[in-house]
Design a binder for this molecule. Structure first.
Ligand SMILES: NC(=O)c1ccc[n+]([C@@H]2O[C@H](COP(=O)([O-])OP(=O)(O)OC[C@H]3O[C@@H](n4cnc5c(N)ncnc54)[C@H](O)[C@@H]3O)[C@@H](O)[C@H]2O)c1
Ligand SMILES: [Zn+2]
Length: 361
């Protein structure tokens, strides 16, 4: 079992990572002093797989447990679901001395975290992420939120969990494409911050895809170290944290354009990284060789670096509504080499068009 500290003064917390540790969640919850009653929020895909184990562990530690099971899917990360959860929490008598556990992927983590941040002006919560994407990314850093019809994650908060509890064994039940999409955030962390971490993934693709537990732990730990370091330097995304959006400006536009149905988030981010990498090459910042290295790794884990049936002219207007726009200019995170990026709003339309053209088809 490994422990990583996220340093955020009085909001700092531990991330616990291991294999086969789900049955110890109760002990950690007690140690963290999270109250007598716990509301576990999960969905109808994860519940049949892991809810019993979680309940047994919590009850075994002497806690009272209620479970709130919502339907699976991004389309339930909305206000209506939050309102439904608030009323279930009230009915179960959950008060400010109690806590919420988010058991699921990024959708559950964001939604349950948002509920925790707002219910009774905020109650304690714990993240138990069950997808690779949620383990290496969404569960760390305290961004919680819900979607509006106008766009994703448009309402939310920075609200840190009391701890994050990660058992990599739960990844074994993921659909293959959901497992694979998580690698786009993994590879992103390498490109933005650490060539060493990038190489670790590069040298172990086969083992990772074959579910080598030790390597999975090393991968999750490595990603979390990178994300935790960035977040603890800039919790509220006033500067450095922006680099975590590498590949996301164009990735989000592709998700929006395709109505969130053709691509999983990580799949769109993979294409977005290929486009941002190309823009960096065209600006003379990044070498062709490094772009190829990035794209080869994305492809070798099973991700794509292009998109069919969309036009660059459809993507460009969508970049303007992204939250990363400041004073009307689109901010791009561009790589200088594997392990280092910069943030710039100086990407001329010609370069943008040519980089988008490189990912279409
Ligand atoms: N807060 C952040 O910093 C942050 C960062 C990245 C993404 N996100 C958000 O995360 C969400 C995407 O997260 P995701 O990719 O985890 O999607 P998800 O939560 O929809 O999970 C993907 C699918 O896997 C299922 N699943 C989850 N765990 C499973 C398991 N162990 N076995 C079998 N099936 C399982 C889910 O029910 C779902 O069908 C988006 O809403 C995105 O906005 C948030
Ligand atoms: Zn992402």
């Amino acid at each position: 079992m490994q422990k990583i500290k996220v340093n955020l003064a009085d909001r700092g917390y531990d991330i616990i990572i291991g294999s086969g540790i789900l049955n110890q969640l109760g002990n950690f919850t007690i140690e963290a002093g999270l109250g007598k009653s716990i509301a576990v929020i999960t969905n109808d895909v994860v519940a049949p797989l892991y809810l019993e184990a979680v309940k047994t562990s919590l009850r075994g530690a002497g806690l009272k447990v209620i479970a709130i099971v919502i339907p699976d899917g991004e389309k339930y990360k909305v206000f209506e679901t939050a309102i439904d959860i608030y009323s279930k929490l009230l009915k179960a008598g959950i008060d400010r001395s109690h806590s919420i556990i988010a058991l699921g992927g990024g959708v559950i983590g964001d939604l349950a975290g948002f509920v925790a941040a707002t219910y009774l002006r905020g109650i304690a919560f714990v993240q138990v992420p069950t997808t690779l994407l949620a383990q290496v990314d969404a569960s760390v850093g305290g961004k919680v939120g819900i979607n509006l019809p106008q766009g994703k994650n448009m309402v939310g908060a920075f609200y840190q969990p009391k701890f994050v509890f990660i058992d990599v064994d739960v990844l074994s039940t993921l659909r293959k494409e959901v497992f694979i999409e998580g690698f786009s955030e993994v590879i992103k962390h390498g490109v933005i911050r650490s060539e060493k971490y990038f190489s670790l993934i590069e040298n172990n693709v086969k083992k990772l895809l074959n579910f080598d537990r030790d390597l999975l732990i090393e991968t999750v730990v490595g990603s979390i170290r990178i994300k935790a370091d960035v977040v603890s330097r800039d919790e509220r995304e006033s500067s450095l944290r922006v680099i975590l959006n590498y590949g996301h400006t164009i990735g989000h536009a592709i998700e929006t354009l395709t109505g969130y149905t053709r691509f999983l988030h990580g799949e769109a981010v993979s294409v977005g990284m290929a486009a941002a990498g190309k823009a960096a090459v065209l600006k003379g910042l990044f070498s062709e060789k490094d772009l190829e290295r990035q794209n080869n790794l994305l492809k070798s884990v099973g991700l794509q670096v292009n998109v069919k049936n969309v036009k660059e002219g459809e993507i460009i207007p969508l970049l303007q509504v992204d939250k990363k726009v400041k004073d009307g200019r689109v901010k791009f995170v561009l790589p200088e080499r594997i392990g280092k990026v910069l943030v710039t709003d100086d990407v001329k339309i010609e370069i943008l068009k040519r980089s988008l053209a490189s990912i279409i088809g």
